[in-house]
Design a protein around this ligand. Structure first.
Ligand code: KG4
Ligand code: ZN
Length: 346
């Protein structure tokens, strides 16, 4: 089954065509990130306008990748030949951005008379793990699994009994892990917007963490699977206010603190629920320390570890098609609406 998927929840406009939830046939992403860098954050109005500007060219480019030459594309595009269903992100995200992708998906489903499947963006980050690498066989992931979703807006631990059978076991009580990275990067004067990757780069430059243990590891020993990262950011503020530590050293200590907590609690969940696999997803899954440490721990426990390639950790439409395929629940076009505050279990 080939699913054409659309993702427009924030500042990426993306479209993809994916076979059987695992094989990428076409994949296009346009980003308005550069515009938000100028203002130091996403201005929802600007993001929505950029979605409007990019959506048709992005879909068109996806169809070109899928159909090839222009005569065939012109002919097949009329009926959406070879495409079995449409999937679209309905939330969470910015309302103005979401609406653009949803309306485009509705028009395609209506004109081509295809089923339309609404998809939760957060599950998408987890399902990026099901996408097969070019030239490789489809991945068979055995359940039960623990999934750690770490993005700019969410930090959630999910117990997956199977497709469509998820249990929320814990999550952040305040800031998400990505948000903590971004706010700390800004505090350290690295960059105003989405500074997580740069902070991590700085941390990698540190050869001697002279302040090891100076930052707290919030909730690390608490007997639950919840997290709290807002105090960590405040602790960094205090640390740099009173001392003159180099940025790479502070970055390293901060990254270690976040990873210590994420790794400890995730592995505790892996052990408690005796799962066979561990899945990491979301923008912060691009963090090299987090990937490596979870992989090593999972290996020691003979638990299979999965993490998407870096380019599929950030927002794209490929994983939206994967969620739609493995949790196939089409809805009537008129019933599909944007839900900006959709939670992972909704
Ligand atoms: O999942 P995502 O693309 O957007 C949301 O849906 O939220 O995640 C973006 C987040 C940002 O906070 C960004 O700073 C963080 O992921 N991020 C990283 C790294 N790469 C991206 N955080 C830490 N280390 C990285 N290497
Ligand atoms: Zn995302």
């Amino acid at each position: 089954m080939n699913i054409l998927s659309i993702e427009s929840s924030c500042d990426e406009t993306a479209c993809a065509i994916v076979k059987d939830g695992t094989e990428i046939l076409a994949h296009v992403v346009a980003s308005s990130k550069d515009f938000h860098e100028k203002t130091g954050g996403v201005v929802p109005e600007v993001a929505a306008r950029k979605q409007l500007e990019f959506i048709v060219p992005v879909i068109e480019q996806t169809l070109t990748e899928f159909y090839g030459d222009s005569i065939r594309k012109k002919r097949e595009t009329k009926s959406g030949k070879g495409i079995d269903a449409i999937a679209v992100t309905v939330g969470p995200g910015l309302i103005g951005s979401l609406i653009v992708g949803i309306e485009a998906a509705k028009v395609l489903a209506f004109a081509w008379e295809k089923p339309l499947i609404p998809v939760n963006h957060l599950l998408g980050h987890i399902y990026a793990n099901f996408i097969q690498e070019k030239g490789e066989k489809p991945k068979i992931i055995d359940f039960p699994s623990i999934a750690l979703l770490v993005s700019g807006g969410h930090t959630d631990l999910i117990l997956m009994h199977g497709h469509g059978d998820f249990e929320y076991i814990g999550g952040t009580l305040d800031d998400a892990a990505g948000e903590a990275f971004d706010k700390t990067a800004r505090l350290l004067g690295l960059v105003k917007y989405l500074g997580g990757p740069l902070l991590s780069q700085k941390a990698a430059e540190c050869t001697n963490n002279t302040i090891s243990g100076k930052l707290p590891r919030p909730m690390i020993n608490e007997n639950n699977f919840d997290f709290s990262f807002s105090g960590l950011k405040t602790a960094v503020k205090r640390l740099v206010e009173n001392n003159n530590y180099p940025v790479d050293v502070v970055s390293c200590e901060f990254e270690n603190a976040v990873c210590d907590v994420l790794v400890e609690k995730t592995i505790k969940a892996v052990k408690k629920y005796k799962v066979t696999s561990l899945l990491l997803g979301g923008g912060v899954a691009a963090n090299r320390q987090l990937r490596k440490r979870l992989e090593n721990k999972a290996n020691n426990l003979s638990v299979k570890f999965y993490v998407p390639p870096i380019e599929l950790c950030t927002d794209n439409a490929v994983y939206i098609a994967s969620v739609a395929y493995f949790n196939y629940k089409p809805k009537k076009i008129e019933e599909i609406i944007a839900d900006p505050s959709l939670g992972i279990m909704d």
